[in-house]
Ligand binder design. Structure first.
Ligand SMILES: Nc1ncnc2c1ncn2[C@@H]1O[C@H](COP(=O)(O)OP(=O)(O)OP(=O)(O)O)[C@@H](O)[C@H]1O
Ligand SMILES: [Mg+2]
Length: 456
């Protein structure tokens, strides 16, 4: 009886998994919209590469969650549609032949999605006879690989900011310089394009390898998505994924107000909205919307906590205070940031210089075109001001002292505030200013939301 029961249990079909509440908010976009300019730029680079049998490199850099990986995937799909080979490569593939070779091999488990590129890969090696290549520099390997391709080759290097801090010197560095130069300047005899995506310091990382950029046409600074595409993405999540019944405009308005054009947030809120709608059989209720906004804000906080990572307990409010002192979307030179951080030097977990570098590497600070650094996501800025507010509530006198020291340090480091910025911190209104800067603006068309929608 026992055995029978056990047997039955074993062979009984597993219950259908419950619809998960997990958030899948990174990478390939389920409902991709927008980025038409960036995709046209990519297409025109590939087109020129095909016409001249040359090469090109396109750097797509931007803050966390701006949609770099999603855009790389979209471009890769275009390339596949033209019959190009597409290979995802890790950053060390530009100097490490083993790593490059592995990237050019078919994946261990083939999927329908990959079959096109796999067959192209095999064709590219003349019927698959190429795996036993002799040990050579990545460039030779790449040359041999591309020689037999019919169309072009697209190398996709995501998370390319790793090049910024990669420990690579001597012959490896030379190999990287030669490989990148050959791609960038089209010396492989076939159309080869490299797409490098990464955080805002990616181009600085690549410049370590002597990539000379003639102009800005090969660098995309990815930021917000345009309002129309934002609404289209939210609309798809609601209508297609959530099967919303009726006019969803009101929901789209409320969600877009919270997501502020940031793809990561759009994707997270979109998924939460779809989950809620599925639960409510597609009915667009106001209780459902409130639940989506509350969960969405929790997701946003988690996202920022994750990004802030090892950035310490006092460094976070200091960034918030910098925003208060210099205004929203201010940009600072490295030297201004280290000067400001020295105002709390005794509390830092590393030197001011190292702390700034960590902030850059975590994507909390991003380089502008003038090599200054800013906090790249508006709601992250607000989040950091929230830390400053909390610290001020703990010890207002101390925080006012820090502010005074920061202002003096910035002055000494010759920081020039934008002309339209006042100096709210000196007027004794620090607490009010912090409260105003942290407040989430009222939602469109919804009266005062303060009770239904808790502050971030
Ligand atoms: N154009 C778009 N249309 C629809 N969804 C998008 C678009 N761009 C990005 N997304 C979605 O937004 C989320 C964040 O995008 P993605 O993971 O590509 O960002 P990222 O810049 O690569 O972030 P990270 O720096 O963390 O790697 C993902 O869920 C992605 O599918
Ligand atoms: Mg990514």
């Amino acid at each position: 009886m026992n055995r029978f029961t056990r047997g039955r249990r074993r062979s009984a079909p597993l219950p259908t998994p419950r619809r998960g509440l997990r958030l899948d908010d990174r990478g390939v976009a389920k409902y991709f919209h927008g980025r038409t300019e960036e995709i046209s730029l990519f297409e025109s680079l590939c087109h020129s590469a095909m016409e001249s049998n040359g090469g090109a490199m396109l750097i797509i850099q931007g803050p966390p969650g701006a949609g770099k990986t999603a855009l790389l995937h979209e471009c890769a799909q275009h390339a596949r549609d033209w019959g190009w080979q597409v290979a995802g490569i890790p950053h060390d593939a530009i100097w490490n032949k083993r790593s490059l070779r592995n990237s050019l091999k078919p994946p261990r488990f083939w999927t329908n999605f990959d079959l096109q590129s796999i067959s192209a890969n095999i064709a590219g090696f003349g019927g698959g006879g190429g795996w036993g290549l002799r040990e050579t520099a990545p460039l030779d390997l790449l040359q041999r690989h591309v020689r037999k391709t019919e169309k072009g080759v697209l190398l996709v290097l995501d998370e390319a900011q790793a090049l910024y801090s990669a420990d690579v010197t001597g012959s490896e560095k030379n190999a990287a310089v030669i490989t990148l130069d050959a791609i960038h300047n089209g010396r492989l005899g076939k159309p080869v394009v490299m797409l490098a995506g990464g955080l805002g310091h990616t181009h600085i990382g690549l410049s370590r390898f002597e990539i000379s950029r003639a102009g800005s046409e090969d660098l995309v600074n990815l930021s917000h998505i345009d309002a129309e595409s934002e609404r289209a993405i939210i609309g798809d999540w609601l209508r297609i994924e959530g099967r919303a019944k009726g006019d969803a405009k009101h929901w789209v308005d409320a969600i877009a107000h919270e997501t502020e054009g940031w793809p990561q947030h759009i994707s997270a809120y979109g998924q939460r909205a779809a989950q809620q709608l599925r639960k409510d059989n597609g009915r667009l209720t106001s209780g459902g919307l409130t639940a989506v906004l509350v969960t969405g804000r929790e997701d946003k906080s988690r996202f920022y906590e994750h990004r802030l990572g090892e950035i310490g307990r006092y460094e976070r409010p200091l960034l918030g205070l910098l925003v208060v002192c210099c205004g929203r979307n201010a940009a600072w030179a490295h030297v201004h940031l280290t000067a400001a951080l020295s105002a709390i030097e005794g509390y830092l977990e590393a030197s001011p210089h190292q702390t700034v570098d960590t902030m850059i590497q975590r994507g909390v600070l991003a380089a502008t075109t003038t090599r200054k650094y800013h906090i790249p996501i508006p709601s992250m800025e607000r989040y950091l001001v929230g830390y400053a507010r909390d610290l001020e509530q703990e010890d207002g006198v101390w925080v006012q002292e820090i502010v005074n020291d920061v202002v003096a340090a910035l002055d000494k480091a010759k920081y020039k505030p934008a002309p339209d910025r006042g100096s709210p911190v000196l007027s004794g209104r620090l607490r009010d200013v912090l409260a105003q800067m942290v407040a989430v603006p009222a939602l469109h068309n919804r009266g005062t939301p303060s009770e239904a929608f808790p502050a971030e």
